[in-house]
Design a protein around this ligand. Sequence first.
Ligand code: ATP
Length: 261
Amino acid sequence: MNGQVLRMRGVTVRRGEAELLHEVEWTVEEDERWVVLGPNGAGKTSLLSVAAAQLAPDSGEVAVLGEDLAEADTTELRSLVGFASSAVANRIPDSALSLDLVISASYGYLGRFGEEYGTVDLGRGRALLARWGAAHLAERRYGTLSEGERKRVLIARALMADPELLLLDEPAAGVDLAGREDLLRRLSTLADDIDAPALVIVSHHVEEIPPGFTHVLMMREGRVVAAGPLEYELTGENLSEAFGMPLKVDRDGDRWSARAV
Ligand SMILES: Nc1ncnc2c1ncn2[C@@H]1O[C@H](COP(=O)(O)OP(=O)(O)OP(=O)(O)O)[C@@H](O)[C@H]1O
């Protein structure tokens, strides 16, 4: 696999007249932690869906964990990629218990359908919920959880099958300020763990980049505006191009912020 967990070459996705992705070039190495930034409708979720082997491109080449998407057994490949997104969240029944939602990721299900879980699964599921600050939610039904609580359960679920690539679509969206800072600290701890999978998170805000993240990909209208190490590519110029307005980027230690100029 050459240390590459993801490779996209000339990836284009069309829906009718619209191009959701246009000629995307992107490579993710196993030790990299990426943030994908861009405005609403830029194609970030579409990009993540391709990376998760959930969406096949109309043209171009995609290799996920060294497997060519056009030839791979996508069911098997999907089980090796942790994926938390609103597309997953929208399919979850309100009645599903949080712990079952986490553990059932190992079986490729969204919740428990009468399976007996062993002590290893139960222990891992509870440990993951605890790691994401959601131990107290284990017996709660998904439909009763707040937005921030749901995010934590979904991240724990995405990690259950010990993925080699973890994709999180807007993990901090809808989370309050204290919750966001707590979530960033946990993501930062994961980023620093050499045994952690390659990480990709999608965000609208540079303030949500966890310390320890290494790379940024910026998108606008389905195209890649910039991609590479944060310290070189997260510039006011690139961000302004991605969001279509003059923006200034500031760095304070290991955190970033941006505002209009
Ligand atoms: N099936 C479809 N048919 C036509 N257009 C679509 C379809 N699915 C998505 N789009 C469009 O593709 C564009 C990219 O959508 P995508 O969800 O990937 O963007 P995004 O960057 O994740 O946006 P957001 O930040 O708002 O979540 C949007 O303009 C969207 O309206």
